[in-house]
Design a binder for this molecule. Structure first.
Ligand code: F6P
Length: 597
């Protein structure tokens, strides 16, 4: 008892001083050690001790939610520490549709490696490396099958392998129905509310369900024990958490929804809304970029499911199980490793300006993203025209370079967008261009991360004008790229990043007049103001980096696991002794008795 008392004091003192999450790690680890003593005790009967431990843990959990972890420097090392101390022996499995490395065959028959244009990939890749996990994804590259071993695995990153990429193969029909159909013609427009009508087809839904099951089979096959930590990514896998829960009840399933979640009225138009919610509520934790989207999700559950909403705990109880619903703002690695290999800003400027023919007296404005109707690319073009109409003296003084990686190009909405972008760019160039001056340079091609970072470093202004976006990591990458502390960020108020990067020029992309004024402000902004704004934004991205994003989820997972262990011990200790002394019960019985997962 004395030891518990000392611990309680320890936790309270540290928490009240507002010290870092490490204080909590230490306390929680100590309780784990004590808890394992309780588990190993022959009688399971020390109710007083386990109650004391539960009290202390509640205290830790309470403080864990209120104590800010800002004093921790979040790095790969921090993640490894959390895993080693708080989730010992946990195997981390990441599941996403998009793979972090794609092997493609070029026209000479050589295998080329491509890192896709995906915020999800740039966030998850350093995490998976740090955790030496397993990443399961759809193998969509034309040479993907050539490089895997007999178990469909390839070790990556190729230059310094640190984790296994396990590829899942899809038939053409599955790809059409699950990826292009239900995910990208149904859920994508449904969640983004960019005024593109969602299309729901029964056959797409069937393919979506079948592919989610295929991935569930792969998770089970890859799990080394019954208690992996599975990080399920995005709207391609709404049904997967429940499927994993059914087969691996002891797993911690953390689902992260990388795109917005609409309000319940909008969500209600999905014919399979209850199935989607049921699938997601198989998760232990569901994460969104913003509290607003987390609230929208909870509201949808409240409206359509027989559930209990625990608002104070940010949790949903459904079917006798509890799921935490939290906001975890995603980010990028800090420092960005790639920057080490890049030339200084001045060199990047000279190189990029020459490559794209930017006149010496024109400022360089850039946009970098997938060619997607949610990104507000056309709206930028309209704002540029508005700028030229309002301030004709700006003609010749600004060039807008739009890098647009082709994406989902077989879908009509994307084909149409591509055509519209080309048409409008040509129109603007005809109307406002002269001699070698072209106000719009549209490059609808994939660029390597290295090239993209060079473009960020060369830019005077970066425009992120999404009509709706979960977070938008381009905004954070631009800030990270500018170690010279110059450059201006124009950021949509409808991108999650605008909640953090307050020193950007925040714009409404639907308001061309407002955007044109912001563009002008950016074009004439002096270096001192740029530096002041950029410095503050760099601090935010540095402190809230992707290791903090993953670390917060893993800490919450560790708390859940500990709570589950303590509940299980309590359930066992409260169970009347069986005459023959055999009080071993199945894990399912214990779970039911303890009412947790
Ligand atoms: O960030 C949202 C997202 O949908 C990711 O899930 C995805 O990796 C990325 O955009 C790119 O989309 P896609 O994988 O369909 O090319």
């Amino acid at each position: 008892m004395a030891q518990y008392g000392v611990d309680l004091l320890w936790v309270l003192i540290l928490a009240s001083l507002g010290l870092s999450a490490f204080a909590i790690f230490i306390s929680v680890s100590r309780h784990r050690r004590q808890h394992s003593k309780v588990v190993n005790s022959p009688s399971f009967g020390d109710d007083v001790a386990s109650e004391a431990a539960r009290k202390v843990l509640r205290e830790v959990e309470k403080n864990g939610q209120s104590v800010d972890a800002a004093l921790v420097t979040w790095s790969p090392e921090t993640l490894r520490k959390i895993l080693a101390e708080d989730l010992p022996d946990a195997q981390v499995i990441v599941v996403s549709n998009r793979e972090p490395y794609i092997h493609n065959e070029d026209k000479n028959g050589d295998v080329q490696l491509v890192v896709p244009a995906s915020g999800l990939v740039s966030a998850l890749e350093p995490i998976t490396r740090a955790c030496a996990g397993t990443w399961i994804a759809y193998g969509g590259g034309s040479a993907d099958r050539q490089v895997v071993d007999g178990d469909d695995r390839v070790q990556v990153p190729p230059e310094n392998p640190s984790y296994a990429l396990r590829r899942v193969w899809l038939t053409e029909e599955e790809y059409q129905g699950y990826y292009l159909g239900f995910a990208n013609e149904g859920l994508w427009p449904l969640c983004h509310i960019a005024f593109t009508r969602p299309i729901f087809r029964e056959s797409d839904w069937e393919a979506y369900e079948a592919v989610n099951r295929k991935f569930a089979d792969t998770v089970v096959a890859e799990a080394r024990n019954e208690r992996p930590i599975v990080l399920v990514q995005d709207y391609h896998f709404a049904l997967l958490p429940r499927m994993i829960r059914e087969r691996l009840p002891e797993a911690i399933v953390i689902t992260f929804w990388h795109i917005p979640w609409p309000n319940s009225e909008v969500f209600s138009i999905c014919p399979w809304r209850e199935r989607i919610l049921d699938g997601l509520l198989g998760s232990s934790i569901i994460g969104f970029h913003t509290q607003f989207h987390a609230n929208n999700f909870t509201e949808s559950v409240d409206r359509f499911m027989e559930s209990r909403i625990e608002r104070a705990d940010a949790a949903v109880s459904y079917g006798g199980q509890t799921t935490l619903v939290h906001a975890y703002p995603i980010s990028i690695e800090w420092p960005v490793q790639l920057l080490k290999s890049l030339p200084p800003v001045e060199e990047c400027r000279a190189h990029i300006r020459e490559r794209f023919g930017i006149p010496a007296d024109a400022k360089l404005c850039v946009g970098v993203e997938r060619l997607d109707y949610t990104k507000g690319i056309l709206d930028r073009f309209h704002a540029l025209e508005e700028l030229f109409i309002r301030y004709p003296e700006m003609i010749g003084k600004a060039v807008f370079l739009q890098i647009a990686a082709p994406s989902r190009g077989t879908l009509p909405a994307y084909k149409h967008l591509h055509e519209e972008c080309q048409r409008l760019a040509e129109e603007l160039n005809e109307r406002y261009g002269s001699g070698s001056y072209r106000p719009v340079v549209l490059v609808a091609e994939h660029h390597s991360q290295k090239d993209v970072y060079k473009i960020y470093r060369a830019a005077d202004i970066c425009l992120v004008t999404s009509l709706h976006d979960g977070m938008n990591l381009v905004a954070k990458e631009f800030v990270a790229a500018r170690d010279d502390e110059e450059g201006v960020l124009l950021l949509s108020t409808f991108a999650g990043a605008s909640r953090e990067l307050l020193e950007a020029l925040i714009v409404n992309p639907y308001d061309a007049a407002m955007m044109s004024e912001a563009m002008r402000q950016a074009l004439i902004m002096g270096p001192d103001e740029q530096r002041e704004r950029m410095r503050r934004m760099r601090e935010i991205v540095r402190d809230n980096n992707v290791y903090r994003w993953a670390g917060s989820m893993l800490l919450d997972a560790a708390r859940l696991r500990k709570r589950g262990e303590l509940d299980r011990v309590t359930a066992l200790s409260e169970r009347p002794a069986i005459a023959n002394g055999d009080n071993v019960v199945s894990i399912f019985e214990r779970k039911q008795a303890a009412g947790y997962r």
